[in-house]
Ligand binder design. Structure first.
Ligand SMILES: Cc1cc2nc3c(=O)[nH]c(=O)nc-3n(C[C@H](O)[C@H](O)[C@H](O)COP(=O)(O)OP(=O)(O)OC[C@H]3O[C@@H](n4cnc5c(N)ncnc54)[C@H](O)[C@@H]3O)c2cc1C
Length: 503
């Protein structure tokens, strides 16, 4: 395929990494799958060979290379036909440690990143809880500050590397009353007193470990806080683009590899006196899948290039994650079919691929959540912007550039105009700015706006400066919710209509 993204150096790296995987990994995967564990020694070997931390700064032992080296790394992982092998490093390098790298203190970076890059440490990102998966803002694990420590209580589930890994980037509530603004990220050592893990049995990814974790009065040094208290949700929202993108190149090469394996089988297997690759229906199936893979590959490179160029495009990243993980499932199902009964046997490679790709449309934001994000952007014209964490030492109010007290009367006039044009909310809504408020009664024929401090079905806590940004259209309501700039209490149905008020 003609490509414009890789240099000769990228290709040299690919050859060397592929040779390593062919020699040290692929021959051992069956055993690791059976053992339900990948031995740590292989990560150390990869670290020693310089295959880890490709784009991490040299200061921590990384190579400081461009993102397309990571693309090659993930493409080659995808060709191993073992999601379980691939996911351990994907989680460590691309889904958990970037939070330390981007937002952590120098002490945290020095403590954890060199070990990761040497292949001596493995990490996890612990977001999901028994009662909060797609709805990550609803996590309940609490961290209460006591002197120089946080005391953490709660539980997490489905955590990759949570059994055999070394530390967890754990999403906790430091202020349970503050909605997404009360979410923080803490580094918790996996073997800290009070952390216990139960290894989960699963359909695929057999060579990786997935844990149900419980935190029972775990004492975590306050210096293990990543960035600022209350900014964890911002950090997560920004990090999810990378998490979603790394699934994409690995998914594409997994599909290509499946086609290669299937073509070989089809040329060898005979039915009705001829190789099955002569049957038109099967040939057309291969032609269709190959076309879809080629299209998805071109699109995925485009998304990776945007990421390299620091273009933040939630819509395209979500589309890439959706299309590629769904395609993997389709390719695995249809290729397995072409193996006939052998496809169902463990001795043939399609069985593992079929199992392993299944989780792709569930983890890291399910297909339904991807479609939901895309639909909001395409239909409702929601614009998800990169959430900027608040600079240390500044309050959100100040960092939003609102030292001057805004004129409430003017705002009232502005919002009255917008509210009059919007459909009636059907309920009462109050914006609470601390000492002042705006009340919108949407129970009548039109939305009536006042400064009255009356009861409401839904109360939106927001700073005046952020509210002004909303009225000016500079801050998107959905973005503001996700980034914690506004906190909603009461009827969420009313809050879902905020977009129409500020259109
Ligand atoms: C093997 C494996 C490894 C994982 N590794 C990690 C990890 O390392 N760290 C981590 O934090 N998590 C991890 N997860 C968890 C994963 O991210 C969640 O499973 C995922 O986010 C979905 O959450 P849930 O399972 O609670 O499903 P739910 O959120 O309960 O969803 C159930 C179904 O409802 C759909 N749904 C939910 N909300 C909506 C909506 N608004 N509109 C339409 N449909 C909706 C979902 O798409 C899904 O089909 C892992 C999961 C697996 C299976």
């Amino acid at each position: 395929m003609y490509q414009q993204y890789f240099t000769e150096e990228h290709e040299l790296f690919r050859q060397s990494f592929r040779a390593f995987l062919n020699k040290e990994v692929i021959p051992n995967i069956d055993q690791w799958e059976e053992d339900r564990k990948t031995p740590r020694a292989i990560w150390k070997k990869m670290g020693d060979m310089g295959f880890l931390g490709l784009s991490y700064p040299e200061a921590y032992g990384g190579m400081g290379l461009d993102f397309f080296y990571d693309v090659v790394f993930n493409e080659e992982l995808g060709r191993t036909n073992s999601g379980g092998f691939a996911i351990t490093q994907q989680v460590t390098q691309y889904m958990s440690c970037p939070y330390i790298l981007k937002y952590g203190s120098e002490r945290l970076k020095q403590k954890y990143l060199p070990g990761i890059i040497k292949g001596e440490l493995i990490s996890s990102i612990a977001i999901t809880e028994p009662g909060a998966g797609s709805d990550a803002a609803n996590i309940q694990t609490k961290a209460v500050k006591e002197g120089d420590f946080y005391i953490v209580n709660g539980s997490k589930t489905f955590i990759t590397n949570g059994v055999y890994g070394d530390f967890l980037i754990t999403v906790v509530k430091t202020d349970p009353t503050a909605g997404t603004s009360g979410v923080s990220l803490l580094v918790i050592d996996r073997n800290a007193e009070g952390v216990s893990a139960n290894k989960l049995k699963k359909l695929g990814w057999h060579s990786s470990d997935t844990a149900e974790l419980s935190f029972d009065d775990v004492k975590v040094p306050a210096e293990n806080l990543i960035g600022q208290e209350g900014s964890g949700f911002y950090y997560l929202m920004n990090g999810l683009q990378l998490e979603r993108l790394v699934a994409v190149p690995a998914g594409i090469t997994a599909c290509e590899h499946a086609i290669e394996m299937t073509l070989k089988y089809m040329s060898e297997r005979k039915a009705f006196g001829r190789p099955i690759n002569k049957f038109q229906v099967l040939r057309h199936r291969i032609a269709q899948l190959s076309s879809e893979i080629a299209a998805a590959k071109a699109f995925s490179y485009q998304c990776c290039k945007m990421y390299t160029d620091k273009v933040y495009d939630v819509k395209l990243c979500s589309m890439a994650k959706l299309l590629v993980t769904e395609l993997c499932e389709k390719v695995a199902t249809q290729c397995l079919q072409m193996y006939g009964g052998y496809g169902f046997m463990e001795d043939f490679p399609m069985a593992r691929m079929y199992r392993d790709v299944r989780v792709g449309t569930i983890g890291g934001g399910s297909s339904e959540i991807m479609r939901e994000i895309i639909a909001k952007m395409v239909i409702d014209e929601v614009d998800y912007q990169k959430a900027e964490p608040v600079p240390i030492g500044e309050s959100r109010e100040k960092s939003n550039g609102s030292a001057d007290k805004p004129d409430l009367e003017k705002m009232l006039a502005s919002i009255q105009g917008k509210a009059a044009k919007a459909s009636p909310l059907g309920k009462k809504l109050k914006f609470n700015f601390g000492e002042e408020q705006l009340h919108i009664d949407g129970t009548g024929a039109s939305n009536a706006v006042s400064m009255e401090d009356a009861d409401a079905d839904c109360v939106v806590q927001v700073s005046l400066s952020d509210f002004i940004e909303l009225t000016k259209g500079k801050l998107n309501p959905m973005n503001a919710v996700m980034s914690g700039k506004i906190k909603i209490e009461g009827d969420m149905g009313v809050a879902m209509k905020l977009q129409s008020l500020f259109a």
